[in-house]
Design a protein around this ligand. Structure first.
Ligand code: FES
Ligand SMILES: [Fe+2]
Length: 393
């Protein structure tokens, strides 16, 4: 079934009007004079709506995870970019995404995770759709006992499909249907991970965080290593500041890496590695961030994805999903080492939570104007802000 793009109603002039000419100009100055985005971009509902319509809906972003719908007939409702969507696995095993709204009166079709589904039946008047989105039956549609049966050919009003591409464990969607192919969007990252066979990675677990902060603070924090010495003692002991570099920029992707000498629990110790790593990739952490919130890290023994869902201007949900190599992901023999990786990520990210919540509080101060930045460390977070605005243009 072809996707049907949904085009936003807002325009670039709406964005410009909220942002203001001064803020746009401050964003474009050389790093030593530039400021990050103004407070309204972190606190204002109207701004968030513009982000959903112009940034999220017109670019690729991760709406879900294949491990959350492992079997045919599994379906998961999600609210993302402010809209209800339904992610499911059909009976051919393919992942599909639909707008989770009935074509009759607009009830939300599926409101909790389901498995073993053969049909999607609306709770309101029981219109039933196939897992391909086609309308199948409308009970009593022509009066009591006079049902409408439309069959499989999709001639009735079916569910509205969303353009979807799956890359490894991650379900990417493009709401307006007009973004370039996903491979083009991911290319700056893909070119740097050719030494890792990601098909060897298997889902091992997730850590979740509800955070009272704007989604952009989670992303900015993720891509700047400047705070490591102050916030993350264990990570700093693993790789000290003197051996760290500022994050780099390749087109719309921000990325970084470090080399470590000695593996430790949760970071490369005692777990199987990706096959055929070089000496360098066996002692390297590498991470990427995309402007529509998704990041991932590759280590010799695991992949961690970093996903942020905006809930409100001052609230987001983060999940970090861990993928290990082969048997290590699920076998009881590896339970202890697996826990060590999940604990490491839980502990590391917990060290950031209070800090990024503090950034959100700081943005209620009229004295804060977007700040002054470190010319050494802050280019990538500034670039992220620029890419967000570029993505809304
Ligand atoms: S709203 Fe779904 S069947 Fe009426
Ligand atoms: Fe951090």
């Amino acid at each position: 079934m072809a996707h049907q793009g949904i085009t936003p109603r807002s325009s670039w002039s709406d964005v410009e009007a909220m942002l203001g000419a001064d803020a746009l100009e401050a964003l474009e100055r050389p790093l030593s004079d530039a400021s990050s985005l103004p407070n309204a971009c972190y606190t204002d509902e109207a701004w968030q709506k513009l982000e959903f319509e112009r940034l999220f809906a017109r670019n690729w972003f991760v709406a879900g995870f294949v491990q959350d719908i492992p079997d045919p007939g599994d379906a998961l409702p999600v609210t993302t970019a402010g809209m209800p969507l339904l992610i499911l696995r059909d009976h051919d095993g393919d992942v599909r995404v639909f707008h989770n709204v009935c074509r009759h009166r607009g009830a939300v079709l599926v409101d909790k995770p389901c498995s073993g589904l053969k049909l999607l039946t609306c709770p309101y008047h029981a219109w039933a759709y196939g897992l391909d989105g086609n309308l199948r039956t409308r009970p009593h549609f022509h009066g009591g006992g006079h049902h409408d049966v439309t069959g499989k050919d999709g001639d009735g009003p079916g569910l509205v499909p969303v353009r979807t591409e799956v890359w490894h464990h991650w379900i990417f969607i493009n709401i307006d249907g007009k973004a370039p192919p996903l491979a083009d969007y991911l290319a700056p990252a893909l070119e740097k991970i050719t030494g890792y066979d990601l098909t060897a990675s298997r889902y091992a677990g997730t850590v979740h965080f509800d955070i009272a902060t704007n989604w952009k603070f989670a992303m900015e924090n993720y891509i700047e290593p400047y705070h490591v010495f102050a916030a993350h003692p264990r990570l700093h002991a693993f790789v000290p500041m003197a051996e760290r570099e500022p994050s780099k920029i390749d087109r719309h992707v921000m990325w970084n890496r470090y080399l470590f000498k000695q593996a430790q629990a949760g970071r490369g110790e005692g777990l199987p590695h990706f096959p055929d790593l070089s000496d360098q990739t066996a002692h390297q952490g590498l991470w990427f961030i995309l402007p529509v919130p998704f990041g991932f890290e590759v280590y010799p023994d695991h992949v961690a994805s970093f996903h942020v869902t905006p809930i409100a201007p001052g609230r987001c949900h983060e999940r970090i999903d861990i993928y290990l190599i082969g048997e290590a992901a699920t076998s009881p023999d590896w339970a202890q080492q697996r826990e060590a990786v999940l604990d490491m990520w839980h502990d590391l990210n917990s060290e950031d939570v209070g800090l990024i919540e503090s950034l959100q509080k700081g943005r209620t101060s009229p004295a804060y104007d977007g700040g002054r930045l470190s010319p050494y460390w802050d280019e990538a977070p500034l670039h992220l802000s620029r890419m967000i605005i570029e993505g809304m243009r």
